[in-house]
Design a protein around this ligand. Structure first.
Ligand SMILES: Nc1ncnc2c1ncn2[C@@H]1O[C@H](COP(=O)(O)OP(=O)(O)O)[C@@H](O)[C@H]1O
Ligand SMILES: [Mg+2]
Length: 259
């Protein structure tokens, strides 16, 4: 048995890779699945810092806050080998989550090649969309896939050929806002047309909420209901969003999250 590998990647910063990685990781840990997180962003270490904050918060308040184990693998000569070693030693895990930095590197490509599920969060903007597809300025119709889509396509084809393994590519529409309906609709139809052409799935991700930014110093997530001082209606909506995201990922085994 080998762990199911979920890689969060997009050659762009600020699309919510680390925030989403943490929420998926904590959800899986809460559901009792043996999960580890590999942080490839040795410079920002957002995911690592988040989980360190979580540990400290739990200690300070006597709270049990389940979390994935975390390890940083930074760029460098031996980084790709070190990453491979971590994957190979992972026989006892159910899931490995990899949080990639927002740039191309040998390390990011090596991780992508191991992805059973590749999650690419994008913000609802044609600036983000441009990484995966080009769009006509008059009609907003997709003219062709961009370099990142080609990179994924190659990694996927190689993986199928060399290892006989599939890669489920999920483009996550992250930080969706309630306003801006016209842009949302345009980006949505461009995504649908490109998805049919190059074979990714589109999932709604986390919507834009201040709470995602405020959680970091305590390392909390929306799923830590007992640790949250107050629980509002907006929390309830956000939680159901998160559960829909986990369900939409179609991960192996059933992921039971308490209501
Ligand atoms: N759903 C969201 N709503 C509001 N802010 C968010 C959301 N997701 C991420 N952010 C904020 O956006 C910034 C970038 O998020 P981060 O997860 O670090 O992205 P990345 O890892 O792709 O660079 C951070 O300030 C984070 O708190
Ligand atoms: Mg990050």
């Amino acid at each position: 048995m080998t762990a199911h590998v979920i890689v969060l990647a997009n050659e762009k910063g600020g699309t919510g890779k680390s925030t989403t990685a943490i929420h998926i990781g904590v959800a899986l840990a809460l559901a009792g699945r043996r999960t580890a997180l590999i942080d490839l962003d040795g410079r920002q270490r957002t995911a690592t810092r988040y989980l360190e904050n979580r540990w400290h918060h739990g200690q300070r308040h006597g709270l049990a806050l389940p979390a994935p184990d975390v390890a940083v693998v930074s760029d460098g000569n031996a980084a790709v080998d070190e990453l491979a070693l971590r994957f190979d030693q992972a026989g006892v895990l159910d899931f490995i989550i990899v949080d990639s930095p927002g740039r191309d590197s040998a390390l990011a490509r090596a991780a992508m090649a191991r992805a059973d599920t590749l999650v690419t969060p994008i913000n609802d903007s044609f600036v983000d969309f441009d990484l995966i597809g080009e769009v006509d300025g008059e009609t907003f119709a997709v003219t062709k896939p961009s370099f990142y889509a080609e990179l994924v396509w190659e990694a996927r084809t190689r993986r199928a050929r060399d290892q006989g393994k599939k890669m489920d590519w999920v483009v996550l529409r992250n930080r969706l806002s309630a306003i801006d309906a016209r842009n949302k609709q345009r980006v949505g139809s461009a995504l649908d047309s490109l998805s049919a052409r190059i074979g990714f799935r589109v999932l709604p991700g986390l919507s834009e909420r201040v709470i995602y930014r405020e959680f970091f110093p305590r390392g909390l997530t929306l799923l830590d209901r007992a640790a949250l001082p107050e629980f509002s209606l907006s929390h309830v909506a956000a939680r159901s969003e998160l559960r829909a995201l986990i369900a939409g990922l179609n991960l192996p085994g059933s992921i039971e999250l308490a209501a």
